[in-house]
Ligand binder design. Structure first.
Ligand code: ATP
Ligand code: AH0
Length: 400
């Protein structure tokens, strides 16, 4: 047996594994690094979050990724160069985290790397008859493994697509394993650049679990601030949105896109929800002269309304469920207050109440996917469920 395979076997047989989960989302703010101790597999999985940090991207990193991010026309050389470069940068950031945690690489069993999504393209979006669902994450696992000396599992989304999914949301797999509860129905709501959620019924019935992207979380608000308030990256504490008023005309125009008429589950990204989308809605509603504050108030309301509508649709007007929120959107007070006002009977908590830092949740979930790749095997979901194929995800890269 090759020593690498023997090593994998030995890691899989351990009572617990030390896994670094990585997430670099659509907001391009930084690399989330979650140091996890994971024991068990499947519904017996237990995760302890030992340390978490977000390593902020510098302006050089952001500029290079933004040059291709969510764009149809890009320099192919730039994409080719970025694929190893992003992984090398992430490797450098992990080495920096390990040094600050005073840990050596040989104490880490596995890195679980999401990579950087640069283009997400489900068939319902591109509508080209000859092509299926597609998504592209850069930051190749081989480079990360060599840069850190740690076996790396990466590129989780391709198997999901190969098995009939759209490549997202993948959070549902870990949500079901970690957060299902016999005591209450739960909505695991993540408000990142794009908002998505998982419905976890208290029956624990995998066939009734449901997950979908919703539409924009922070992405359009962030893009607007970055364009008109150079030096600022987002509307801190909803300050600008709070100073404005919602334009009903613009809000209705924003809600008209065909994406919202599609049945759930569905996926999307900043390829659709961007400043061109806003400009089109302004043109259609004759609201080109609105103030920055009114536009931000409207974008904030738009994200909230679509989240509320998706939750109401899925829970069929029930209110016996608890929302556990995560992602950067939980730090946007206006957005959360809109959601709470529309669902007055529903308790809105964060995943901190489930012992997972809400900013770390997605990185933790990729660590869980890697654990499933190594130790799992029993598929919780049948292949008949749209959007949640029962497959093992991730590709394994060795360090030497
Ligand atoms: N204090 C704050 N006030 C308002 N918004 C905030 C605050 N802190 C963070 N945010 C929002 O959270 C965003 C970052 O969210 P997050 O890190 O969850 O995104 P992501 O992981 O890149 O997204 P995705 O899950 O879509 O890939 C910021 O860009 C900003 O919009
Ligand atoms: C293609 C891609 O990177 N999609 C992300 C994005 O960010 C949020 C939403 O859109 C979600 O579908 C997904 O990430 C999370 C981690 C997921 O797959 O569950």
């Amino acid at each position: 047996m090759h020593t690498h395979i023997a090593h994998l076997y030995q890691i899989s047989a351990k009572p617990s594994r030390t896994v670094i989960g990585l997430m670099s989302g659509t907001s391009l703010d930084g690399l989330d690094v979650a140091l996890c101790r994971i024991s068990g597999a499947g519904l017996d999985t237990k995760v302890e979050l030992l340390a978490f940090t977000t390593v902020d991207y510098d302006s050089n990193y952001k500029q290079r990724v933004k040059a291709v991010f969510a764009k149809r026309d890009v320099d192919l050389q730039a994409i080719t160069l970025l694929n190893p470069w992003i992984a090398q940068e992430h490797g450098r950031m992990i080495n920096q985290c390990l040094a600050s945690w005073q840990l050596s690489a040989n104490t880490i069993d596995i890195i679980a790397s999401h990579g950087q999504t640069v283009y997400h393209c489900p068939k319902r979006q591109h509508r080209l008859a000859d092509y299926g669902n597609a998504t592209l994450q850069l930051g190749d696992g081989d480079h990360l493994a060599v840069a850190t000396g740690i076996t790396t599992i990466s590129d989780f989304r391709q198997k999901h697509i190969a098995a009939g999914g759209e490549g997202a949301p993948l959070a549902v797999y870990g949500d079901y394993l970690l957060f299902s509860s016999k005591d209450e129905n739960r909505i695991m709501l993540n408000i990142g650049g794009i908002a998505n959620f998982t419905w976890l019924p208290q029956t624990l019935d995998a066939e009734a679990v449901f997950s979908t992207d919703i539409g924009p979380g922070n992405t359009m608000m962030d893009a607007y601030i970055q364009k008109y308030y150079p030096g600022q990256y987002f509307d801190k504490d909803s300050a600008l949105a709070k100073a404005g008023s919602v334009s009903e005309a613009l809000l209705q125009a924003l809600k008209q896109d065909s994406f919202f008429a599609l049945d759930f589950p569905k996926t999307t990204g900043p390829e659709v929800f961007n400043l061109s989308y806003l400009a089109k809605a302004q043109q259609q509603s004759g609201t080109e002269t609105l103030s920055h504050a009114d536009i931000m108030a409207t974008l904030n309301r738009f994200s909230a309304d679509m989240i509320i509508a998706a939750i109401k649709h899925t829970t069929a007007q029930r209110d016996n469920f608890v929302i556990y929120a995560s992602g950067g959107g939980i730090h946007n007070p206006l957005l959360l207050s809109h959601i709470q006002q529309a669902l007055p009977q529903v308790s809105i908590k964060t995943t901190a109440e489930l012992a997972i830092n809400p900013d770390a949740k997605e990185a933790v979930l990729f660590a869980v996917l890697a654990n499933e790749c190594l130790v799992g095997g029993k598929q919780q979901f049948s292949n008949t469920r749209e959007g949640i194929p029962g497959v093992t995800m991730g590709k394994i890269s060795f360090a030497d």
